[in-house]
Design a protein around this ligand. Structure first.
Ligand code: AMP
Length: 430
């Protein structure tokens, strides 16, 4: 069926699943990134930024062809030169590409990295799900040590606690590649035996990506999964040791966690530890996933690198974290609460206003103003509406004299101050 032509009204809407960040939304997102970066820096991570587009194979090989995000959700584009590029649906594969490209393996290991920004998934839009979503991610690349799984989980946990909500970590292990292979066989046999209980969707998953059946939201499958063989019972000694250590470190870090035998996470590249951060609603009934991650020791090889590069990482959903955060959790440093409202009257004052606003900026005073307005009453009303404590009134006389009237908006007391003394005088005001 030919697609219905979009009307002009349709075209003046942001694309489906995408949105504008305006006012508080803009500042909260900015504040979230500021806080997350600050915590990551304190925990020893350094920032990295990689392109939003990558070669398609980075994700089809890295994340896995049979995962939802690669199979159904990638925005693909073909360049004029014939390259097949995709808008990144997740962060880890691109960071690993960068690590390999820049030979970071020859630096002292491991490398601690953080990053953030928009990601793109062509999902069915619903509340809290976007096609342009924002994440903040951490990766520690170049070591297989369990303590790094724990420090990754701890850093993400501390970032999410800034939302003001209680955060619980759900954790599971998939074991190493050998365990994973062995366990897949057991799972397949178990589901085949119980085929009658599976929906068509889960039967499909059983063919393409059997681990995802563990993730199913179908009621019957969820009940069935309670009796599915657990990874923990399939672990070999090495994998058992790794998982035990991770849990011991989490205990030492006082991080509340729940072992969840059905947690597998959607992507192909995970080995050993997988985890998710959830917060419960006020009744403690339903949970919301705010982020997650895991260890991905096999990723580099799958992407075509000659060596295995052990690594662990996480991605935090910024959109959701902001949505559920308590008031005032994420105030960015660049947002200044203005203390002064600048009022000008007449051409001379307007022309000199540039100098005064610049003097104030250099002294780090944020001012609001209505330079496009001319009437005193209108400008005073605006200052009142915005609850700004002082007005700086600058008329023709003041422009000639080189003075400014400083008015306390509450007491209505006014003082005339020389421009040259202005910033010193403002410092004395509460
Ligand atoms: P994932 O990369 O799928 O493990 O997702 C990590 C986190 O990102 C999730 O826990 C969500 O909080 C968030 N997230 C994933 N997909 C979306 C989406 N389409 N819209 C908003 N947030 C998302």
């Amino acid at each position: 069926m030919p697609k219905k032509q979009k009307t002009t009204k349709d075209l003046l809407q942001a694309p489906k699943g995408m949105r504008d960040f305006i006012g508080d939304d803009f500042y909260k997102k900015q504040g979230f990134y500021e806080k997350a970066q600050e915590i990551a820096e304190y925990y020893g991570f350094s920032g990295i930024e990689v392109p939003m587009l990558e070669h398609e194979e980075i994700f089809s090989k890295g994340v896995g062809d049979n995962t939802d995000i690669v199979e159904k959700e990638m925005y693909r584009l073909k360049t004029k030169g014939g390259d097949k590029l995709v808008m990144r649906p997740e962060g880890t594969a691109g960071i690993m590409r960068s690590y390999i490209e820049h030979g970071m393996g020859s630096l002292p290991q491991p490398i601690f990295l953080y990053y953030g920004g928009p990601f793109f998934r062509h999902e069915r839009p619903q509340k809290g799900r976007y096609r342009q979503l924002y994440q903040f991610g951490l990766e520690i690349i170049g070591s297989e040590k369990a303590v790094l799984d724990a420090i990754t989980i701890q850093t993400g946990y501390q970032i999410l606690k800034e939302t003001g909500r209680e955060i619980t970590v759900k954790i599971n292990t998939l074991g190493d590649a050998e365990v994973r292979k062995e366990h897949l066989k057991l799972l397949k046999a178990f589901y085949r035996k119980n085929k009658k209980l599976l929906s068509t969707k889960d039967l499909d998953r059983l063919q393409t990506n059997p681990l995802r059946v563990l993730d199913s939201k179908e009621k019957l499958t969820m009940e069935l999964n309670e009796n599915a063989p657990t990874f923990i019972s399939t672990l070999n000694n090495e994998s058992k040791k790794h998982f035990k250590l991770v849990l011991e470190y989490l205990d030492a870090a006082h991080i509340p966690y729940e072992i969840d035998n059905t947690l597998v996470r959607g992507l192909d590249y995970y080995t050993h530890t997988v985890f998710e951060y959830v917060t419960y609603d006020d009744k403690g009934e339903s949970s919301l996933a705010l982020g997650g991650g895991g260890r991905y020791d096999g990723l580099a090889k799958v992407m075509g690198h000659t060596k295995d590069v052990p690594a662990v990482g996480l991605g935090i959903g910024v959109d959701r974290s902001i949505e559920i955060s308590k008031e005032d959790s994420f105030n960015p440093k660049i947002r200044k609460k203005p203390k002064f409202y600048f009022i000008q009257l007449g051409y001379e004052a307007k022309a000199k206003a540039f100098d005064i606003i610049e003097i104030l900026r250099k002294k780090k005073y944020a001012v609001k103003h209505s330079l496009a307005k001319n009437k005193l009453g209108l400008q005073l009303k605006k200052a009142e509406d915005l609850k700004i404590p002082y007005a700086l009134i600058f008329g023709k006389k003041e422009a000639i004299d080189g003075t400014v009237i400083v008015r306390n908006m509450k007491s209505r007391k006014q003082e005339t101050v020389e421009i040259s003394d202005l910033s010193d005088y403002l410092k004395t005001l509460k």
